[in-house]
Design a protein around this ligand. Structure first.
Ligand code: CP
Ligand code: NVA
Length: 308
């Protein structure tokens, strides 16, 4: 068994302090502008484990590793023995003997905790049923780029209290901006993360999307049935009636409000086509920012880059 103490993981947003997050956004900005030219992953191999589908996360991590000088190893459940039941702990021990960092996308968050506990190399959370921290850091980078700052801004989350919503709670907990969520009854975010965020920030939970959106500077949504919940699709369509982010709902937000969606999107369900394809939508910048923020995360936790 390994100590798990000698490396730095990124499993959830509070793994970084507020100052470190500020440094991470600045580093990602420099990477986006092409000002950062160091290649902190030269000679390093990063394993990318995917037990769920992905377009953005896979491509941004693979491209990001290449741009930082390293080699990315894509491992799906069809490729590695983890998919056939090899224990997470054994996978962690073996990979740690060969690679310099591991990114994992999977179902149970406890599996990522276990991987990190048994790995001797940094582990990055690329989405679990509980969290999607890389996504929300990319979203915050997008808000900074479009609105200048998230300090003093109101962010609205409309729809499912899912992994992305939970990471928004963690972001509000660390950074202190206003967050208003509207979720149908039965689809609330994680109660522990909600309570913790409410201690540090103005975080409110509503049943009426119009209340959450009122005066918001950024309006954010996601699919009604996340990966692993496909069999609930019909029931969820009913439960989420009235939660579509359409132009009428957007009209209650601040006049210059931006629209965010982590993608993939279902036009006509959680968002109308005129909103996601309209002038307030910043979803393509948001998708691109996955690359920049994850390069910054990898440079710091795997490449030894210092912040600030
Ligand atoms: N937003 C996001 O994580 O997209 P993928 O599922 O395509 O990686
Ligand atoms: N909440 C979604 C995010 C996809 C990137 C899911 O987990 O499927």
């Amino acid at each position: 068994m390994t100590s798990g103490q000698s490396h730095r993981d990124f499993l959830a947003i509070p793994d970084f302090s507020k100052d470190e997050l500020t440094g991470l956004f600045a580093l990602a900005d420099r990477m986006k502008r092409g000002v950062h030219v160091r290649k902190p992953l030269v000679g390093k191999t990063i394993a990318l484990i995917f037990l769920k589908s992905s377009t953005r996360t896979r491509v941004s991590f693979e491209v990001g590793v290449t741009q930082l000088g390293g080699h990315a190893l894509f491992l799906s459940d069809r490729d590695i023995q983890l998919g056939r039941g090899e224990p997470v702990a054994d996978t962690a021990r073996v990979l740690s003997r060969m690679v310099d960092g591991i990114m994992i996308r999977t179902f149970a968050h406890a599996d990522v905790d276990e991987l990190a506990r048994y790995a001797d190399v940094p582990v990055i959370n690329g989405l679990t049923d509980l969290q999607h921290p890389c996504q929300v850091l990319a979203d915050l980078l997008t808000i900074r780029q479009h609105l200048g700052t998230f300090d003093g801004k109101k962010i609205a989350w409309i729809g499912d209290g899912n992994n992305v919503a939970n990471s928004w709670l963690d972001a509000a907990y660390r950074l202190g901006f206003d967050l208003a969520l509207a979720c149908p009854e039965g689809y609330d975010p994680d109660a522990t993360l909600l309570a913790r965020a409410q201690k540090n920030a103005n975080v409110t939970l509503h049943r009426d999307p119009r209340e959450a959106v009122a005066g918001a500077h950024a309006v954010n949504t996601d699919v009604w049935a996340s990966m692993g919940k496909e069999d609930e699709q019909q029931a969820r369509r009913k439960a989420f009636a009235g939660f579509t982010v359409d132009s009428k709902l957007m009209s209650g937000a601040a006049a210059d409000a931006i629209f965010l969606h982590c993608l993939p999107a279902h036009r006509g369900e959680e968002v109308s086509a005129d909103v996601i394809d309209g002038r307030q939508s910043v979803v393509w910048d948001e998708a691109e920012n996955r690359l920049h923020i994850q390069k910054a995360i990898m440079a710091v936790v795997i490449g030894g880059e210092r912040l600030g």
